[in-house]
Design a protein around this ligand. Structure first.
Ligand code: 8NA
Length: 241
């Protein structure tokens, strides 16, 4: 007997009313990672830095607040995960494919109702079967290895518009993948700098809005190194304690 197809509007309203304990029973995967399980930058690096005799710098205690998560964004139990989508918003591959697979068919149905998304813009849906309550879908620039003013502005807008939606929905924890650094070919180093500097500026302009963890989610080793380099150079100011 095939399972009855759920109506995404009813499912979204039902899920967003649940508290965390009730929602946890609905996660498609029970191997989710709660925020308290993600070590801070300092915790993760204290052993290496002790050996090298160097203190992790991160700008005024920042290293106690910043986390670089190396792994699958779909298992993170945060208010919202950001999807590096394409303009159709109807799924695809890469992180987009992973998120749609993990969220279930209601995500596709809600995305279908949004009529696509322009490059640099962002739209928000429910997270459905994901541990994240929401998914913020943003469309990064197709760089193919070339980074000019247009690509830089579009990628900056992806982070700004995603953070704007987080603020508008009263959310306080978000995880980003490294937008456009996969099939869209944006080089890791400039992408990490744009991500970290955009968040730093946004928090300086919205000091009272971001209260909790923002986790930058790295999937490939190379993007992780770029992200770490940017954080070590103190380019990052994240959120308030
Ligand atoms: N055949 C397709 O339609 C196809 C194929 C691949 C990717 N895509 C996707 O790629 C396009 C967007 O390009 P993009 O470079 O922004 O996205 P992307 O190719 O998904 O790569 C963005 C970043 O996300 C990382 N990533 C991949 N899976 C995960 C995961 N589970 N958790 C955390 N991070 C992950 C990936 O390593 C990269 O650093 C969209 O079309 C989207 O659908 C589509």
């Amino acid at each position: 007997m095939s399972k009855k197809k759920k109506d995404w509007k009813i499912e979204k309203e039902r899920l967003l009313r649940l508290d965390r304990e009730e929602r946890r029973k609905e996660y498609r995967r029970q191997d989710f990672i709660s925020l308290d399980k993600i070590p801070s930058w300092r915790e993760e690096n204290k052993n290496n830095d002790k050996e090298e005799g160097k203190e992790v710098t991160g700008g005024g205690g920042l290293s106690d607040k910043v986390s670089l998560y190396k792994g699958d964004i779909t298992v993170l139990e945060v208010d919202a995960i950001v999807n590096a989508a394409n303009s159709s918003l109807l799924g695809g591959g890469g992180v987009d494919g992973c998120i749609h697979k993990a969220a279930g068919s209601c995500l596709y149905d809600e995305c279908h109702s949004l009529n696509g998304c322009e490059t640099g813009k962002a739209k928000i849906t429910c997270g459905y079967d994901l541990p994240a309550r929401y998914v913020i879908h943003t469309v990064g620039p197709v760089a193919r290895g070339h980074v000019g003013p247009t690509e830089t502005n579009d990628l900056t807008s992806c982070y700004q518009n995603s953070l704007r939606l987080m603020k508008e929905h009263g959310l306080s924890t978000v995880a980003f993948p490294c937008i456009s650094t996969g099939i869209y070919g944006f080089p890791n180093e400039p992408a990490a700098d744009i991500a970290l500097n955009t968040v730093k500026s946004w928090i300086e302009e919205n000091p009272d809005k971001v209260r909790r963890v923002r986790v930058l989610c790295m999937f490939k080793r190379s993007s992780c190194q770029s992200g770490q380099l940017s954080i070590c150079s103190g380019m990052v100011c994240f959120w308030l304690s």
